[in-house]
Write a protein that binds this ligand. Structure first.
Ligand SMILES: Cc1ncc(COP(=O)(O)O)c(C=O)c1O
Length: 419
């Protein structure tokens, strides 16, 4: 691959001799190079390539349209009316009340907004604070489903625990329950469950959900859920693990506003669960950001109160985009795994790859070949397991339909090009 220009190349030599926890964090995320330097994430690299080449960016998962006007207006109103100073440590009361109402309306859960809900700087901070708060020993293990959202491995490593992976295999990406049962032991401190799942778009079956809770009870593990795509499901409504019998008292549920309201830049998230677990997360979170985004917290409170048809409309719009993207990918020669939720579609590029190359090579060349950016699935997989995902590519469907159609048209050109 050609060397990247300075604006998006990482200075690979700058951090080499600096001791600190950054090193195990980067290593956990698979970003520590052989020379001991931290490499940029594949998302930074690919977004830079998109900017550099003018390619259509189906790489990073952010929408290219604004969210509901009512939510945007509520943010402006909050700023105009002076909601511009620190929020209370647990988050503004209006948003904690709105999260509680949302949990009741959609799932029948009844968290106490004063003690069982904590507002965070996106799901990312909620995840980091939760892992840092609950991990206590290098013998602690965190079970995740692989491929996994990249912050999980980074934060588990930062917290000093061991990552234990349960594979999700092409094409339906459902875990094998025997694999799951072998992964969870008395060393398991946390089972971290992302459902609907990034990057695969899988929605876990009822049997998987039940097995997770059964194993957590049996081994006295805490369940931490990442439900940021809770409203982006294309079939049955989302089922939070916290609603299962026996789960509530050991489950911290994490979500955020970014995906539901197309406000990924606002970074408003939340964690809910039993008061003692939420207190433990707060004890760490208050020294990370303390609080964030007061006017945006007010705006998301307004968003969470929108009528049911807003939420079903978000899912229906994304489903149409998923279908458009899937048809385009198949027409271009990919084999497609049809996602049940989330922003993403995973496709097998084997038929379009040059012999001896993998999906990372394919994605690095794609902007120059046809002007599209996508992410190799290996970016979400630990080093020892990358070969199992070597031909798979993740495409984001959370873009305007004309953008997806444009990308599909460009990808159709792959068939006529030399590999
Ligand atoms: C699975 C998953 N969890 C967490 C996040 C981060 O959420 P937030 O932007 O609210 O921090 C993302 C964002 O892409 C995600 O895909």
């Amino acid at each position: 691959m050609a060397a990247l220009d300075p604006p998006y190349a990482c200075n690979l030599s700058a951090m080499r001799e600096i001791p600190g926890a950054w090193r195990r964090t980067a290593q956990g995320a698979g970003l520590l190079s052989d020379t001991g330097a931290a490499a940029p994430t594949i998302f930074a690299e690919m977004s830079a390539l998109a900017a550099h080449t003018g390619a259509v960016n189906l790489g990073q998962g952010f929408p290219d349209e604004d969210g509901p006007a009512a939510v945007l207006d509520a943010a402006r109103d909050a700023i105009s009316s002076g909601a511009n100073q620190y929020a209370p440590g647990r988050g503004v009361a209006a948003l904690r009340d709105a999260v509680a109402d949302h949990q009741q309306r959609f799932y029948g859960l009844t968290p106490d907004p004063d003690t069982e809900i904590l507002i965070t700087a996106g799901a990312t901070e909620a995840l980091a604070a939760t892992l840092l708060a609950l991990i206590d020993s290098p013998d602690d293990e965190v079970v995740v489903f692989e491929p996994y959202y990249d912050s999980y491995a980074a934060c588990v490593a930062l917290a000093g625990a061991r990552l234990v992976t349960v594979p999700l295999r092409w094409p339906d990406f459902q875990p094998d329950l025997d694999d799951l049962s072998r992964a969870v032991t008395d060393h398991t401190r946390i089972i971290l469950v992302n459902d609907p799942h990034n990057p695969t778009g899988a929605v876990f079956s009822a049997a998987t959900r039940q097995e997770i809770v059964r194993l957590a009870e049996r081994h006295d593990a805490i369940v931490v859920t990442d439900e940021v795509y809770e409203h982006l499901v294309f079939g049955e409504p989302h089922v939070p693990l916290a609603t299962l019998a026996g789960a509530h008292e050991r489950t911290l549920s994490i979500s955020s506003a970014g995906k539901t309201f197309s406000t990924t830049g606002w970074k408003i998230g939340w964690v809910s669960g039993p008061a003692d677990l939420v207190d433990a997360v707060l004890a760490v979170k208050q020294f990370l950001t303390y609080v964030n985004g007061t006017p945006f917290q007010h705006a998301i409170a307004a968003g969470l109160a929108l009528p049911d048809d807003f939420f079903s409309g978000v899912a229906a719009a994304l489903r149409a985009k998923r279908d458009l993207l899937g048809v385009g990918l198949e027409a271009a020669g990919f084999t497609v795994s049809r996602p049940a939720g989330s922003y993403f579609t995973v496709a097998d590029a084997r038929a379009l790859m040059a012999p001896g190359t993998d999906a990372a090579d394919f994605c690095r060349a794609l902007p120059e070949r046809v002007g599209v950016v996508a992410i190799p699935l290996t970016a979400f997989v630990s080093r020892p397991h990358r070969a199992d995902y070597a031909t798979l590519v993740r495409f984001a469907a959370c873009k305007r339909e004309d953008v997806i159609a444009d990308a599909a048209g460009r990808l159709a050109g792959l068939a006529g090009l030399a590999r």
